[in-house]
Design a protein around this ligand. Sequence first.
Ligand SMILES: Cc1cc2nc3c(=O)[nH]c(=O)nc-3n(C[C@H](O)[C@H](O)[C@H](O)COP(=O)(O)OP(=O)(O)OC[C@H]3O[C@@H](n4cnc5c(N)ncnc54)[C@H](O)[C@@H]3O)c2cc1C
Length: 489
Amino acid sequence: MKTGQQHIAGLRDGRAVFIDGKRVDDTTRHPAFRNAIQSVGKLFDFAADEANRELMTYATPGGRANRIWQLPETFEELRQRRVALEEWGALHAGFLGRAPDHVASCIAGMYMGLDQFEAYDKDRAKALADYYTYARDRDLYLTYVIINPQADRSKSAAQQKDAFLTTGVVDQDAEGITVRGAKMLATGGIMADEVFVTCIQPLQPGDEIYALSFAIPMNSKGLQILSRKSYEESSQSVFDNPLSSRFDENDAVLYFDDVKVPWDRVFVYKNLEMCQKQFHATPAHVYQNYQAMIRLSVKVRFLIGMARRIAETNGVIGFPQVRETLGQLAAEGGMVDAFVAAMEIKGSHYGRYFVPDRHTLYAAQTLTQQLYSKILNTLRELAGGGMIMLPSSVQDLANPEIAALVEKTQQSPAASALDKVKFYKLAWDAVGSEFASRHQQYEMFYAGATFVTKNHSFRTYDWDSAGGLVSNMLSSYQLADELKTSQAA
Ligand SMILES: Cc1cc2nc3c(=O)[nH]c(=O)nc-3n(C[C@H](O)[C@H](O)[C@H](O)COP(=O)(O)OP(=O)(O)OC[C@H]3O[C@@H](n4cnc5c(N)ncnc54)[C@H](O)[C@@H]3O)c2cc1C
């Protein structure tokens, strides 16, 4: 198993990361990224810890691997894998949206659907199968970019002003293909070993050069990583911004400046249908989003724990209306947990593999996309000004004169002045900071815009069963019978 230090050392690979007008020499030491990278290192250390061997790893033909790569064949194996993912998620309270378990789940799901790739092209299927084994055995951290950059969404990829705004093929030879163009958004990209690049959005005839699927190292020649603003760098301290300072996983636009991809890393080549099938005809889409729902259940639990702590800190926990609010939140948290359990219990086999229930997953995504903002709003309502009436930074606490005033003005029936300040700094970082706001956007969009998740829910619901109930009810009475009865009367 890879340790945190080994993972971090592997990131010093000359990758081309740009932020604030400069190219970064070493992301692992840069103030915009280093703490988040350390947090990922802790995930690898946890999985490599001998004490967590059973919890976090499973037997493979070559030894043992992280359960994120496991291919469950039974309900029990699926459940074991979920417990591992939950424990990992708890290390970041669900704030690393694209921790290494996300894309590993996608690639594992694709591998489960290898028959779909074999029916399409034997060479591409072999490339995918070899890649799954390669990534699993090296415990790689993968990110993915599966969305074309926003420009004019009313036009296809080929119809955009610049034919290579979207990543497409410019050349091919015996060794591989050459790609040019952009993709959004590589969350975790600066901390990942490799990137899986494809298109999940429906493409149209004429878009064939964009209908690709491949994986390459983040330090590939010509791959440019354009970071957004770092919330880690603008955090004043861990005490002031406990989440932003340590879990800002970063999002980046990737630009492929004529990047060469060898054939043994190409899984789909200029095929519109296979681009969709790789996600939806295999268990890939379900597995990647099932992981996301496990992570979200951890995060929702964390936020609900925080809601109760707010009520206790402010001495309002005894008010009936506040208990109702907490009861509503608890019900919503229970619903998210129940969704995870239900998708497992209602799961079914795809060949040898046990796969969570598709519609239950899409129902969960549709509803939680709306739920996350609602939960944040409830936390704001409960907290009032408590998250704002805070010392400006730890420096205030280092000054005895100001610290004495903080002691005097920060009071609570449940916490010391210092504990209250510490807690509310955390609450603001989860609910109201720039980091928190980005998380709200993330939970609304990571699985696609709401019209996309609602369409998945529409397409996978058991309409026959629902419609059958309506038909049965309609056929249980007839106008002719009614008229006969009323005439006889
Ligand atoms: C924080 C964050 C992290 C992300 N990380 C990743 C990542 O790691 N990897 C990755 O590949 N992607 C990532 N994404 C991208 C994410 O997958 C997309 O944001 C999502 O798929 C929606 O696409 P879009 O942003 O282009 O929005 P659009 O598709 O442009 O939609 C925006 C809005 O426009 C309207 N709209 C657009 N098209 C239609 C339509 N056809 N019908 C009706 N209404 C429409 C809707 O109101 C919709 O909500 C991330 C996004 C965010 C915000």
